[in-house]
Design a binder for this molecule. Sequence first.
Ligand SMILES: [Zn+2]
Length: 330
Amino acid sequence: MILTRQDLLDIKSEYDEIRFKNRQLLDERREEVYKKIPGAEELEVGSKLDYIDMIRERVLKGKAAEKKESGLAKSKELKRLLTENGYPENYLEPVFDCPLCKDTGDVDGVRCSCYNKKLTDRLYRQSNLGNVFRMESFDNFNLDYYSSQKWKDMELTPRENAERALRLAEDFVDSFDSEKIVKGMLIYGETGRGKSFLSNCIAGRLLERGHSVLYLSANELFNDVVGAYLIEKEEDAGALYELVQKTELLIIDDLGTEMTNSLVNSQLFEIINSRARAGKPVLISTNCSWESFSKRYQERIVSRIIADYTVLLMYGDDVRYIKRREQLNK
Ligand SMILES: [Zn+2]
């Protein structure tokens, strides 16, 4: 498991703490206002009592409307007093970090976006990905690692190709904030040509802009999430399994390093397909050559990628080798 049962319990107690903190904050505000504005306490308590009476009267078919009027009048007067004394009018209303789910992590039985954010934050902390995203960013992408000499029979030099890839990667990120449908992206090429670096640039910038990104290696996705949930029936994997569908961008790193079998093939198609239907892209990086990729995965996967994805081939010298040589020469 990438996230354990303990992680899920920890998230649950995070919510308990948030609710406790906010209740305390409200208590402090009350005490402060009651002290400062005479009559505020009576108005607040009175409007609540009227509300309770209203509910009771409604059940007993009595003077519900009257109670409602009187309760509303009191809370209106309270708001007036608050603003007159320099407070916002909702100063004594319950405080929530996330008004959507009222800090429960759950909206009508569906996990709230704030829950999913806590889940991915935890994942990134554990895998140290948060730091990686900061270091491997668009600002730190060094084009000097790519040669300006002709490369084999490719039309673009490695540097021109990397410049193009960088531009397309930035467009990919920008399209999340436009009306356009974001197409998926496949980055392929041999190890050390900057594929993961580029994926990290994309993930980091999207997270910076407040989008949700789930970054998993193919192994984690198929063993620890899909396999754990569908085959091992581990309930704890359910939250991440759900996130695979829901996150704005799903990144599958190093596709082809997993044990590719029929389950992987059918699940990969299912994920790509259902996310495409929901207008949500997948970013795949792989060391496979195009030939071995098309052999390894079902034709329907390959043809969807050809039809709908931006495909980038990264080539040139092994960047890691150049970096090591530079370090030795220092
Ligand atoms: Zn929420």
